[in-house]
Design a protein around this ligand. Structure first.
Ligand SMILES: [Zn+2]
Length: 261
């Protein structure tokens, strides 16, 4: 296959499902990163799949704790933003692109030239993921390398009947000056970073949101899954990472909040 610079990238996708497919445990690793063209939006996107760690989550705790989904925020400069009771001020008219930009606080989310989308485990792990590490001693029919079907059936049944919340952290630049270019803004000189949280009830819905955010030219910089009702908010107890999605279906041991990422 020949690949000229003009035709870069060769990778074109047109649906959310092609953009971020489900990935079962034990499937061959996805490429570390790909440059993809999202055809319906004519947008070139850097798609990455590397694993998320605690430091990544802690970077956006301020938004999980104090932000309201769908509003744009700047990261508070006050280092005490993690303190209980601090209220974030959403930037005004974040969702109305065509509202007059009458105040300096009116955010205009910029379409980035090449947004990046980080599709880590939260966006790729299916509810019926295969479980390899059987701890119940089920018969494996001599196949000790494969998934335990009994564990997989039990755990996927439990997680499928658990109400979950999928979160995306979206970011882009905030342009103070509105510039029109065929209806969409381009800002060669980037303003300050703005962030918003999107929450969804399923992986499929989260993948659609990620697809559209990238199409608008916004980054998807983090994603995670929690149980519905377990919100960080004013929670002062432990926040515990679970390493498998199905573990969110288990009974809690205490007052901790569990997060899969
Ligand atoms: Zn088993």
């Amino acid at each position: 296959m020949s690949q000229s610079q003009e035709s870069l990238p060769d990778d074109k996708i047109s649906t959310p499902h092609e953009f971020i497919p489900a990935r079962y445990f034990g499937e061959s690793n996805l490429e570390a990163s790909r440059i993809i063209k999202i055809s319906p939006f004519k947008r070139i996107v850097l798609l990455t799949h590397h694993r998320a760690y605690a430091a990544d989550f802690s970077q956006y705790q301020w938004l999980f704790r104090h932000g309201t989904p769908d509003f744009w925020y700047e990261k508070p400069s006050n280092p005490e933003y993690t303190l209980k009771g601090m209220a974030l001020q959403p930037l005004a008219s974040a969702m109305t692109d065509f509202a007059p930009s009458s105040t300096r606080n009116d955010p205009y989310p910029t379409a980035l030239e090449m947004p990046r989308v980080w599709a880590s485990g939260a966006l790729t792990t299916p509810l019926d993921d295969d479980i390899y590490d059987c701890t119940a001693g089920h018969s494996r029919d001599g196949d000790f390398m494969g998934a335990c079907h009994q564990c997989t059936d039990e755990k996927s049944g439990a997680i499928e009947s658990t109400d979950l919340v999928y979160y995306l952290v979206i970011s882009t630049s905030h342009s103070m000056e509105r510039a029109y270019n065929g209806g969409s803004a381009t800002a060669p000189s980037h303003g300050r970073q703005i962030y918003k949280l999107i929450s969804c009830g399923s992986r499929e819905a989260a993948v659609i949101e990620a697809f559209c955010a990238a199409g608008y030219g916004w980054n998807v910089i983090f994603s995670c899954v929690m149980r519905l009702g377990e919100t960080l908010g004013e929670h002062e107890g432990k926040v515990e990472r679970v390493d498998s999605l199905w573990k969110l279906a288990e009974m809690k041991s205490g007052g901790e909040i569990r997060v899969f990422y």
